[in-house]
Design a protein around this ligand. Sequence first.
Ligand code: ADP
Ligand code: MG
Length: 300
Amino acid sequence: MSSAISFKQVSKTFPPDIHALKSIDLKVAEGEFLVVVGPSGCGKSTLLRLIAGLENQTHGSIDIFGKDSDQLAPQERDLGMVFQNYALFPHLSVFDNMAYGLQVRRESAPEIRKKVEGIAQKLEILEFLRRKPNQLSGGQRQRVALGRLLARDPKIHLFDEPLGNLDPQFRAGMRSELARLHQERPRTTIYVTHDQAEAMTLGQRICVLRKGEVLQVGTPEEIYDLPAHRFVAEFFGSPGVNCIDGKIEKKEGIPSEFRSGSIQFPLPNHDMPTGSITLGIRPENWTLSAPENGAIHWGD
Ligand code: ADP
Ligand code: MG
């Protein structure tokens, strides 16, 4: 598949010496839903702002649909962004907020009405089209912001923690709606969140960012089952992974035994390093047993 967005050794430094992004290499395929996840301050918003052209990188290059982004003004990039704080026009009705991008493009009034009403119906905000944003709840406003993006339907959809202000139960509903919409119309999407559960449920692939560096990019299964970094292992999963510090020792010349204090057990004879190591075990992978009494099953 061809790349919609390609970062080549991209760094962003804010004066005097805040290294917000450090030599990022990242490709986003056309039509892919990529979630960028990491703790607050790790550079997620900066990454989106570079794609949108709201900031310029300090080093490296970003290609958008095969064109060097340095040659593309923000308005030439055919993308839309949804933020946590909606950024709706307060003086315009919901309809006019959603129609704005289409009016700018000089689409005909009947065409605009058809598109806006179609999207509003999907998002269940049809009955609010005449209202002003301040007459809506947070969740409804966020639907309008999403609707505005979908009505314009740019090639690239950027989301910066768009569900952060919503109630947890409403957030779950919006998540499944976003996933469904993407299935219906697979636009290239980069979705930023600090929430590991959101990343796991929404991402076709996940990019884990920490302190401006990409630690791992992979499917949710790869990230969860084969974390490339201890931070990645500990960031995902609730309850979290159990980590036991210990050593791998040789048995009959083959490194195959894990030891930590009084714990000692065999490991498969793969190519193991010897020496100090941390063993990670997901909580759901333990089996409990009463002494002599077989397995205790729990949590079915
Ligand atoms: P995130 O969205 O993951 O919370 P940001 O991309 O907003 O992280 O910020 C990454 C780092 O860059 C942080 O240390 C932040 O303080 C810094 N930063 C972001 N924007 C600016 C700016 N305009 N000027 C100076 N520092 C900034
Ligand atoms: Mg941010």
